[in-house]
Design a protein around this ligand. Structure first.
Ligand code: GTP
Ligand code: SPV
Ligand code: MN
Length: 602
């Protein structure tokens, strides 16, 4: 494709800052060509066809216009250890973020970027997070040398010429520089997933400049810079400055049998159930759910004083393993066509497969490209294998999912993956208590990050890896938003779908049956049902949890709703140590909540 004298030629760019930035990066990274993306289907098809021709993309006969990619085994998830929040002062990034001074970090990265795109095309991707032109939307431009990134960005964001039109000559954008860090020398054979070694990977954010520099990884949130880098890390810092919120939250609408709508936003850590809850199929009759977003919510106080949320993304980058017709049928129906699969297994009849999707095939090619049979003691798909699919393909996507002003949030849910201690659901006594619940949320680590899996860690508001400034200041921002919202603030609940028996079996069926818990929340919101006070918050009375049609052993329910005071007391030292890290940034109102919890536990 020769971009000369077309809209693909950087000379055609009218935004002065953009034109200048593209020129600078061209000189720095020395690509073989530059191509400005228009966001069209023809462009997607052409770039995908190039990847299929090179063997990087495997076309799937069973799913129209769908392709499988296998990443390098070293490049399979986000790299929290290599992710930086870079401000002039370490204290601005806080104790939960990696920090290097911007001068030093830029010096190091400029060294890596020098000539890093040799032999490759440099793509310029203008994209909008949020519906193009929405008052809540932000424009970013990603420069990348990865065609895989271009195609994923086409699905995950709104890409193209319309974005450049909105940007105009003087408009502001968030520059997002990405390179896989694998220059190609003349005659050198390319690998099927080029990337840099772990010690050269850097996912860097300069929030004071609204600037993102990513180097060395081609996977997910490391490389699709609109998602975690822009829409959470940079946006959270912008949101604090400007008085709004950028959160790691799904958004769903629930309609009760009387036709009343409830909008719910939920923050669970990575691989802890957001996509599944977002696409919930209620198992209780008469209740209807619609999906508005599965990973990120941007929220602003509207003219009526309520909190309005938009989903800044346009697609799902969802966890594949565990996704099945019996758990998440709406996700299964969203991924029938036009999908990018990464690190799934390939079946002999040219389809994808992953653990728990269906009975294992007799033979498959695993995510590393090797023969696999069910007798193997390792999975066929990587635990962080993903699908990239347009949100518009979800059968229960809300007709209002692209409403520029968003939807008013009634209920916030926090949660995580806890095999013990934390009950199925409890409600906050008030906003400060709810913020305390968010601030102390803990969860077992998952394969969404490179590192150990199953370790319990505090992951405040599911934002531990995504907060673009000092976490103590972030807590204060939550408190300040509550003060502004007053009696229009969403009600706050905490859930745990992941309780296990001593034998390691799920105590709660989860998935569609989570609608039973949401129903209780809505009835609490409407003031229809009472709740039971406990040291940790308000719990459902057993008769108020609608379990019609569910064969749940009575012992399970007792266990799921039990508050074990001794086990909670044992958590206190860890919560204290967690809060202590935030030092002078720790809001007294939350320390006060800890004191109250201690007193209630007796
Ligand atoms: P990210 O995309 O990483 O942010 O993950 P997520 O929060 O969207 O998690 P997702 O919904 O993709 O779920 C992750 C894993 O948890 C999948 O394997 C699901 O099958 C499983 N899961 C989700 N909801 C439930 C539930 O209610 N019960 C049980 N037992 N497992 C669940
Ligand atoms: C997460 O890890 O929370 C994800 C996947 O949603 S990634 O895009 O890689 O961040
Ligand atoms: Mn996520």
């Amino acid at each position: 494709m020769n971009p000369q004298n077309t809209k693909h030629d950087p000379a055609s760019l009218v935004n002065k800052q953009l034109k200048q930035w593209v020129q600078e990066i061209n000189e720095l990274c020395a690509p073989a060509a530059i191509y400005v993306c228009d966001g069209s289907k023809a462009e997607y098809d052409r770039i995908m066809a190039e990847m299929a021709a090179s063997g990087m993309a495997i076309p799937l006969e069973k799913r129209s216009n769908s392709f499988l990619f296998r990443s390098d085994p070293s490049d399979v998830a986000r790299v929290e250890d290599r992710t930086y929040i870079s401000y002039p002062e370490r204290d601005q990034a806080g104790p939960t973020n990696n920090w290097v001074h911007p001068d030093e970090l830029k010096r190091t990265m400029l060294g890596l970027y020098k000539g890093c795109m040799k032999g490759r095309t440099m793509y310029v991707i203008p994209f909008s997070m949020g519906p193009v032109g929405s008052p809540l939307a932000k424009i970013g431009v990603e420069i990348t040398d990865s065609r895989y990134v271009v195609c994923n960005m086409h699905i995950m964001t709104r890409v193209g010429t319309r974005v450049l039109e909105v940007l105009g000559a003087e408009g502001e954008f968030i520059p997002c520089l990405h390179s896989i860090g694998a220059p190609l020398e003349p005659g050198q054979q390319d690998s099927s997933w080029p990337c840099a070694p772990i010690e050269q990977k850097y996912i860097s954010h300069f929030p004071d400049e609204n600037l993102i520099w990513s180097y060395g990884s081609g996977y997910g949130g490391n490389a699709l810079l609109g998602k975690k880098c822009l829409a959470l890390r940079i946006a959270s810092a912008m949101a604090r400055r400007e008085g709004w919120m950028a959160e790691h939250m799904l958004i769903l609408r629930l309609t009760n049998p009387q036709g009343r709508q409830f909008h719910i936003a939920g923050a669970f850590p990575s691989a802890c159930g957001k996509t599944n809850l977002a696409m919930l199929m209620p198992t209780i009759p008469g209740w209807k759910a619609e999906c508005l977003g599965d990973d990120i919510a941007w929220m602003k106080i509207g003219p009526d004083g309520r909190l309005y949320a938009i989903n800044p993304e346009a697609g799902f980058f969802g966890v594949a393993p565990g996704t099945a017709y019996n758990t998440n049928p709406m996700a299964m129906d969203s991924i029938k066509e036009n999908v990018i699969f990464t690190n799934c297994a390939l079946t002999d009849d040219s389809d994808v497969w992953w653990e728990l999707m269906s009975p294992p095939p007799a033979h498959a090619i695993d995510w590393k490209g090797k023969d696999w049979t069910p007798d193997k003691d390792y999975p066929a798909a990587h635990a962080n294998a993903r699908f990239t699919a347009p949100a518009s393909q979800c059968p229960i996507i809300s007709p209002d999912w692209e409403k520029p002003e968003g939807v008013p949030i009634d209920i916030f849910i926090f949660g995580g993956r806890r095999a013990s201690v934390v009950p199925l659901v409890h409600e906050a006594y008030d906003w400060d208590h709810g913020v305390f619940m968010g601030a102390t949320a803990a969860s077992e680590t998952t394969a969404a990050n490179i590192g150990a899996v199953g370790n319990l860690r505090r992951d405040p508001f599911a934002m531990l890896p995504f907060c673009g400034y000092h976490m103590g200041d972030y807590f204060a921002h939550w408190l300040a938003m509550g003060d502004r919202l007053g009696d229009k603030a969403p009600r706050i609940f905490y859930v745990n779908w992941f309780r296990k028996t001593a034998e390691g079996k799920w105590l709660w069926p989860g998935f569609g049956d989570n609608s039973r818990v949401l129903k209780w929340m809505c009835e609490r919101f409407e003031g229809k049902v009472q709740a039971q006070e406990s040291p940790i918050g308000l719990l459902p009375l057993k008769q108020d949890l609608d379990l019609t049609g569910l064969k749940l052993p009575a012992d399970n329910l007792t266990e799921l709703l039990k508050v074990d005071a001794a086990a909670w007391k044992a958590e206190l030292p860890d919560i204290e140590a967690h809060f202590k890290k935030f030092d002078s940034h720790m809001p007294a109102r939350l320390s006060n909540q800890l004191q109250k919890l201690r007193e209630r536990l007796g």
